[in-house]
Write a protein that binds this ligand. Sequence first.
Ligand code: EPZ
Length: 417
Amino acid sequence: MSCYEITGGCPLSGSLAVHGAKNSVLPILAACLLVPGQCVLHNVPNLSDVSATLDILRLLGCRADREGDTVTVDASALSRSDIPEHLMREMRSSVIFLGALLARLGRAELSYPGGCELGPRPIDLHLSALRALGAAILEEQGALVCEGGRLQGRELCLSIPSVGATENAMLAACGCPGLTTIIGAAQEPEIVDLQEFLRAAGVQVSGAGTPAVFVRGGTPLRPAEYRVMGDRIAAATYLCGAAAATGEVEITGVNPDTLTAVLVCLEEAGCTLHTGPDRMVLACSAPLKGIAPVRTAPYPGFPTDAQAILMAALAGGEGATLFVENIFDSRYRHVDELRRMGADIQLAGRAAMVSGVGRLHGAAVRSTDLRGGAALVVAALGAEGTTQVSELHHIRRGYQELDRNLRALGADIREIP
Ligand code: EPZ
């Protein structure tokens, strides 16, 4: 098993164009199932989660080809509606195929997506939304068998602004004649990106980015060409890396308005930030200070995906910061690994009190999940000495060439067998 070997203390400098957003391209790839023709997607990141999704599309009978960061999907010959268990286990977010398969084929079968490193990952909101639209869903022995013979648009309400449930409801609604209104919808920028793709495919959809999304479904979609938005969490990762290591870094390809909550925290911690329409420049020359409590929340609140990453940067700074993880039940698995690097972090339920220790030290640590692994890399960039980060498969799910990009910015990082 290979690992990253990182020697901290090298200030970062330079400019980096961030890859397309994992959490936008996955639902957009599912939406391609709705189109009986060829869709062309640009700025598609080369990630293991994207490869797994393309494998599922091919298994269902689609053509899916990649050339650089452009992916073409042709769902004309879509024939299967069942996703095998081993592929569901490989990527639980494949539940996003449910709505699109129901809308296009009127049927979907997949195994219950298991929990993951972040704790149980229920899909009750997905299922209740699809049932509200007329789907009959049987849950038996860990499998979901969904029939959507009489889908009909209507008003439905989400009790939690679930990103995935909002996306599934939007995709299913494309196959529902009449107007579907999704009340209590998630407002993440990735939802807006999905809406813009659907519009390019001829769907009458509006309201994404607000708590109420409207879809007028039942009409066939047309082939679309679309450029996926930049990955705001990857951008946050590189910015926190520069904050931890000090230096000055420009990040391009991401709209700074999509990660305002993170930028505000970095400025409060002592970084200087300048932003433009799709660029951010962060400068940091001193140890990070403690900041006001960081409470994760649905967008536009502080993104749960950036919690571990910011924590890692602050753990090596000075001053104390309270984190409260309000989205997932078990998203502090990176804390034990940061402690091995000298971090002083006290856990109490959803709260984590981080007391900056001035500087972390290198250690052998293991990625526990996608963002937890990225957090260890951030911590290592500012740490004294050398860190080995293993279990890189977690990181490869959501970061394209993380080591190569950081090396280009001046970091001493390499992958060793
Ligand atoms: C999406 O996951 C993202 N994944 C996650 O990013 C992100 O952390 C999360 O949204 C929150 O922003 C993708 O987009 C592929 P949710 P999702 O449904 O849709 C509960 C990463 O690191 N819930 O918004 O699964 C759920 O347990 C990943 O890139 C229900 O109770 O998240 C959680 O507590 C990690 N019932 C909360 O809602 C449901 O039916 C928010 O989950 C669905 C969700």
